[in-house]
Design a protein around this ligand. Structure first.
Ligand SMILES: Nc1ncnc2c1ncn2[C@@H]1O[C@H](COP(=O)(O)OP(=O)(O)OP(=O)(O)O)[C@@H](O)[C@H]1O
Ligand SMILES: [Mg+2]
Length: 389
């Protein structure tokens, strides 16, 4: 009870009619203000008592969550919710006395599909549980925006990739053309031709064809849609597995490995096959950057709703004028490189709804930071103070 009402009640026997009337008017005005605030919210709000009976709903609920009108007041809340999945979820959550944030449901409203995000939390009043609060948010537009952004991004990268291929195949095609002319000339000259010289030309043509083939294979690999299927997994275990795989090679290259893995790291959604490929590409780049040996530090930690994975090497570093290009397809500074490694890492991380960034200092080293979202899931209430009846 608010202090104002408490004091008014204490004084009630001493108040005359007019004073009581003005007090009631004040209270009614305050009540109305709170109702207006609730009804002006975009999110739906439903409140229950400790026995899970529906006490109040705001206007937005009418728009977002279809309720069984006849049963909506004074009944168990899950009996009032029309959608069976949501009703069952609410029942299970409330009966288990859990708190849930942002659980998503898809609802069909005739032609339109709506994605709702529902959160349930206890209503705490003066340190005691007085009931429960359900918040319903319409996230359809947010999800659609994210999907549009991903599509635009993948179209843009396809354009860069296609431009890259066109540029890449120009050189080998030119070289094949020149060497074919040389072979032709040699044969047409009719005089004695050294078979060795023709063989040299043909060898060059063979190498260039092989180069073209690799460009095409790499291109197909990079553009092929990834059927990424992420499931809950421990990132640390995956890193350890990969490190066991490359440990011998690192030793041979004089590279010391430091693993700084946070043991309390929550699980994240990972497709192991693809993520291992990304880790391997980063390791291979680090090895290539430390021809004289050095240190590779792989660390994981949690920051809020994100898991961070950092790969740092003490290698040659990346010059400022090319650092913006390293994720572009076919960008490479290595003789035997194809320039596809980091393009794939970028694509894989994005498919996992993560981000990747790079920091580098020439002559000192490079570090790549990958951020992955921690999936929202039910959290058990540990500071549950009140008892339910
Ligand atoms: N750890 C690193 N240290 C220094 N430079 C790096 C590092 N990682 C990437 N680079 C730079 O970025 C470029 C692109 O890397 P990317 O992995 O895409 O291609 P690549 O390693 O050259 O070839 P590949 O396709 O075989 O992986 C590299 O050629 C190199 O110049
Ligand atoms: Mg590479």
């Amino acid at each position: 009870m608010s202090k104002f009402v408490q004091r008014a009640l204490e004084k009630l026997p001493k108040l005359d009619r007019d004073q009581i009337r003005s007090l009631l008017e004040d209270l009614a005005a305050e009540n109305e203000r709170l109702e207006v605030v609730l009804d002006s919210m975009n999110d739906g709000v439903l409140v229950t008592d400790t026995g899970h009976q529906l006490l109040l709903t705001n206007k937005a609920v009418e728009r977002l969550l279809p309720l069984n009108r006849s049963e909506s007041s004074g009944c168990l809340i899950w009996g009032a919710i029309e959608d069976e999945d949501i009703a069952e979820f609410v029942r299970a959550t409330l009966e288990r006395q859990e708190s849930v944030s942002d659980r998503e449901f898809t609802l069909n409203f005739g032609e339109t599909v709506r994605i709702l995000s529902i959160s349930i939390a206890p209503l705490v009043q003066a340190g005691w549980i007085a009931g429960n609060l359900l918040r319903v948010e319409d996230i359809s537009e947010k999800r659609a925006r994210e999907a549009r952004l991903r599509r635009a991004e993948s179209l843009a990268s396809l354009t860069t990739l296609a431009a890259g291929v066109a540029h890449e195949i120009k050189n080998p095609l030119g070289s094949i053309g020149i060497h074919l002319q040389l072979v032709n000339k040699a044969i047409e000259g009719r005089e004695h031709v050294e078979p060795d010289s023709i063989k040299d030309y043909l060898d060059v043509i063979g190498e260039e064809v092989e180069r073209l083939n690799r460009i095409v294979v790499d291109f197909l690999f990079a553009v092929r849609p990834m059927d990424v299927n992420p499931v809950d997994a421990g990132l640390n275990a995956l890193i350890e597995e990969m490190m066991d795989f490359v440990r011998y090679e690192l030793e041979q290259q004089g590279i010391t490995l430091n693993l700084e893995l946070d043991e309390t790291l929550p699980e994240v959604k990972i497709d192991e096959k693809y993520f291992k490929q990304a880790l391997l590409n980063l390791i291979k780049n680090a090895i290539a950057a430390m021809p004289e040996g050095g240190e590779l530090t792989v660390s994981t930690y949690r920051r809020g709703d994100e898991v961070i994975l950092r790969f740092s090497d003490t290698g040659v570093g990346i010059p400022d004028d090319v650092i913006d290009k390293i994720f572009e397809p076919y960008f490479t500074t290595r003789e035997s490189g194809s320039g596809i490694g980091l393009t794939l890492v970028y694509k894989i991380v994005r498919e996992h709804l993560g981000e990747i960034s790079v920091n580098s200092q020439e002559g000192k080293g490079t570090s790549f930071t990958i951020t992955l979202p921690v999936p929202q899931r039910e959290t058990h209430l540990i500071d549950w103070k009140g008892e339910r009846e």
